[in-house]
Design a protein around this ligand. Structure first.
Ligand code: GAF
Length: 434
């Protein structure tokens, strides 16, 4: 679906001409599970995004229709939020209602709104579809209510919505990069000072390829929160040895080596990952700046190993994707990206060998697992914005995507999607198989 069609659909549903807002998903080159430890991350916003068409209403009702889910969410800002999540609420309601409620709690008085949402970020694939939704909704609501909002504030509001309404105690990385992303650049974000430096990504010789494993795990949120709690416990223990340790960011690798025997086994491994990952991330940013992609790739492999062995957030499918990628000519580096337990890998591939890489990885992953992965080249893009340019509005850049999932007895789930644009073109829809 293109934006002109989205506009027509909005007019059919709500009888008015909307304004358009967009916020991107992200990949993270390196720096995983370091953001909530005040550490360093190196993500890039990507050219996959969530678009929100929006108009203000005269009352305080917010009505949001998702074209991806073909579901509508409705709530009234003049009424207190429901205390308990209702089982009948769509899964994405928390992100939308949470963002609106937190905006109000932070002093942004909102008008009611009619909104239509369309995203081409695969949901639940580790590409930060939830942060993109929070940012696009938050930006749309503030703009149509006549407020200006600082992008850092918007990112923090999205993060708070995720904590309080979706139950994930996430860090700031996803919302920050969805707000501040820059075309052709990654951001080296210092999650303590909340400042970032943009690092150019030279796309002349290599490409970033995302590979969606099409698996996830029901336990991803609880395991994520558990890792965060383990890091907090580690800080409590280490603080006794040095009162300057207020987060794992403060622990240098040499100090970790000395203090490691004082930590319980599982916690020791979590800390090892975080302190070494912070070092790798700063090194990778320097290497990227110098155009040393071979070095960036080596650091990505080390990051994956650390996430697998010490942080224990990988899974069989992600490990397999990284192992296969590593054996293919033209691969500089590969690693899981995002929270883990499924989702996707990010790969840096020699530009001329991208098609070969996609075919080989796709075929071999399917042979081993029976699942057809989704592979796509992504480009670093800009952060949240209003789409004002009429020509951009007419441009086709967004796929309507419907998604279903099947939960397996062991708690893993498989994602199935179909793309409207493929159907429109008469092509076949894409599914995963076991
Ligand atoms: C998820 C979270 F939302 C981020 O804050 C970050 O912690 C990431 O997992 C792991 O690096 O995407």
């Amino acid at each position: 679906m293109n934006l002109a069609r989205l506009q027509e659909t909005f007019i059919d549903l709500f009888g008015e001409t909307p304004r358009f807002f967009r916020a991107p998903g992200r990949i993270n080159l390196i720096g995983e599970h370091t953001d909530y430890n005040d550490g360093f991350v190196l993500p890039a916003a990507i050219d996959k995004q969530t678009v929100v068409a929006a108009c203000p209403r005269n009352d305080r009702k917010v009505i949001v229709h998702s074209l991806n889910f073909d579901q509508t969410v409705e709530f009234d800002l003049s009424e207190a939020p429901g205390k308990r999540k209702k089982a009948s609420n769509p899964s994405w309601q928390g992100y939308v209602e949470g963002t609106a409620r937190v905006l109000e709690a932070e002093g942004f008085k909102l008008s009611g709104a009619n909104m239509l949402v369309l995203s081409d970020i695969t949901l639940g694939a580790g590409l930060s579809s939830s942060a993109a939704l929070e940012l696009a909704i938050g930006f749309a609501l503030t703009q149509i209510s006549g407020h200006s909002i600082d992008k850092l504030k918007l990112a923090q509001i999205g993060q708070r919505a995720e904590h309080e309404y979706a139950g994930t105690r996430c860090g700031i990385m996803d919302q920050y990069v969805s707000a501040f992303g820059k075309a052709d650049h990654a951001l080296l974000l210092d999650c303590r000072s909340m400042t970032s430096k943009s690092v150019p990504i030279d796309a002349t010789a290599s490409s970033i390829v995302v590979c969606e494993s099409k698996v996830g795990h029901e336990l991803a949120v609880s395991e994520y929160n558990k890792r965060r709690a383990e890091c907090e416990r580690a800080v409590q223990i280490l603080h006794k040895f040095d009162p300057d340790f207020t987060s794992l960011r403060d622990v240098p690798v040499e100090m970790f080596d000395k203090l490691a025997p004082h930590l319980p086994e599982a916690i020791r491994r979590r800390v090892k990952h975080v302190v070494t990952e912070n070092e790798r991330t700063r090194e990778a940013a320097l290497a990227l700046k110098k155009g040393d992609i071979t070095k960036v790739g080596e650091l990505m492999y080390s990051s994956h190993k650390s996430l697998k062995d010490d942080y224990a957030v990988s899974c069989r499918e992600l490990d397999l994707l990284v192992d296969i990628a590593r054996s293919i000519d033209g691969t500089f580096g590969a690693r899981m990206t995002g929270g883990g337990f499924g989702g996707c890998t990010v790969n840096i591939i020699e530009k001329d060998l991208v098609e070969y890489f996609k075919q080989t990885l796709g075929r071999r992953y399917r042979e081993e697992t029976g699942i057809i992965p989704s592979l796509h080249v992504v480009n670093a893009s800009g952060g949240v914005s209003e789409i004002k340019d009429l020509t951009e509005r007419k441009k086709t850049f967004s796929l309507g995507m419907r998604q279903k999932r099947t939960t397996l007895p062991d708690g893993r789930y498989l994602l199935y999607y179909s793309f409207d644009s493929e159907k429109e073109k008469g092509g076949s829809s894409e599914t995963s198989h076991v």
